[in-house]
Design a protein around this ligand. Structure first.
Ligand SMILES: [Zn+2]
Ligand SMILES: [Zn+2]
Length: 390
């Protein structure tokens, strides 16, 4: 079969004779039609993370069921499906993480397109229980971004945003996590970094979880304009803010830097004057170490920061006192557990998520995957690019 095979660092070959996968007893065989291009693909391509070559990359997959094994359940040939990038590999979801409902943190997680072969190829096999059917009305070249670009911020917002004291003091705590009555409804959120994950985070916070205001922060005006289309109420260009106020942020250190970052935080929350500058949730999708101190300064007392973007190095000034004084909840988020996937699919089918806006580049084919990776790196892709396999 045709496949994009990573044979080593920056060695991406398009081959036509890769062995077809063999179906396991409860697998489905899927004809991969489109994949979403993620910065993880770039990270693998550049050799920033270890992998075992030869590896077929691509972990945001939408396709059509080609064959169903005897014990596979709930799927038929020709069904349209999406596949989450990480699924449990432990026996019957019995590891300690899976037993706690965190199938996204399974001790034996299977990483598609990293630990096992991915979807930048014609055929892939996946256990049927980790394959999700999607309405044929949803275009597959947009559906492919659901498994990661949409589901990762969805899980972060849905399950990681509520401060613990809120559900401890609520008579029906489960409702705080439900779409229609979610805690975030009517609240103010700030999203740092409007990239492949931050864009969907803005869209979901505004449209699905119905935050009152979403302030988007980035260093590129075109990304901020994009954030407005996705539902951001206000936008802040942090680079412009520093330039206009004669703050040479890169040259500052220690207390001077802390002061400058704090002034940016004040500027961000100044948009929320009518709500007494209340920031109920900060979502860091930027992957930039300096964002964390700004996030700590931006969040209101007794509220939550969710780390979704992966910073290349740890934050040096951890602001411990401020975190204590503000009684902040700092939550990590990672992919999405299986039990939330159906809700996401439903939100997409009901057109509450603007997939057509989130996917900004559909021109790439498998043969041009390497160009797509270069364009992603060069900042030429505004939202998500999708790769056509055939
Ligand atoms: Zn990804
Ligand atoms: Zn497990």
């Amino acid at each position: 079969m045709k496949a994009a095979v990573l044979c080593g660092k920056e060695e991406l070959n398009i081959v036509s004779d890769f062995d077809d996968p063999v179906m396991g007893k409860s697998d489905v065989l899927i004809n991969s039609k489109y994949t979403g291009l993620c910065s993880t693909d770039r990270t693998l391509y550049r050799g920033f993370v270890p992998f075992k070559p030869p590896l077929i990359i691509g972990h945001e997959i939408a396709g059509v069921v080609e064959d169903v094994s005897a014990s596979a359940k709930g799927l038929d040939v020709s069904d349209h499906v999406i596949i989450p990038p990480i699924y449990p590999g432990c026996e019957d979801e019995t590891c300690s993480s899976c037993r706690e409902g965190l199938t996204n943190r399974c001790k034996k997680s299977v990483f598609i397109g990293h630990g096992v072969h991915g979807g930048d190829t014609e055929l892939i096999t996946v256990p049927s229980r980790y394959t999700f059917k999607i309405d044929k009305g949803v275009p597959l070249d947009e559906a492919c971004i659901i498994p990661d670009a949409v589901s990762t911020p969805f899980h972060a917002l849905k399950s990681r945003s509520v401060p613990p004291h809120i559900f401890q003091h609520t008579s029906h705590p489960n409702r705080l996590f439900e779409g229609k009555s979610h805690w975030l409804q009517g609240k103010n959120a700030v999203v740092f970094g409007v990239g492949g994950i931050g864009g969907p985070a803005v869209n979901l916070a505004a449209r699905y979880f119905q935050a009152k205001n979403v302030v988007a922060v980035d260093i590129f005006d075109k990304k901020l304009e994009f954030a407005k289309k996705l539902g951001a109420t206000y936008t802040v260009n942090s680079r412009t803010y520093f330039e206009e106020n004669d703050i040479a942020i890169k040259e500052l250190t220690g207390k001077d830097k802390a002061k400058a970052l704090s002034s940016l935080a004040k500027h961000i929350s100044s948009h929320l004057a009518e709500d007494k500058y209340q920031v109920d949730l900060v979502v860091d999708c930027s992957g930039v170490p300096d964002t964390f101190p700004v996030a700590v300064e931006t969040a209101s007392k007794n509220r939550t920061i969710i780390q979704v973007g992966w910073p290349p190095k740890p934050v040096s000034e951890f602001l411990n006192q401020k975190i204590m004084d503000k009684y902040l909840t700092i939550n990590g988020a990672w992919a999405c557990p299986m039990n939330e996937m159906k809700e996401i699919v439903q939100a997409v089918e009901n057109k509450i998520v603007d997939l057509n806006l989130l996917v900004t580049n559909k021109e790439y084919t498998l043969n041009r995957l390497e160009n797509a990776i270069h364009d992603l790196e060069a900042g030429k892709i505004l939202g998500r690019a999708t790769i056509s396999i055939v």
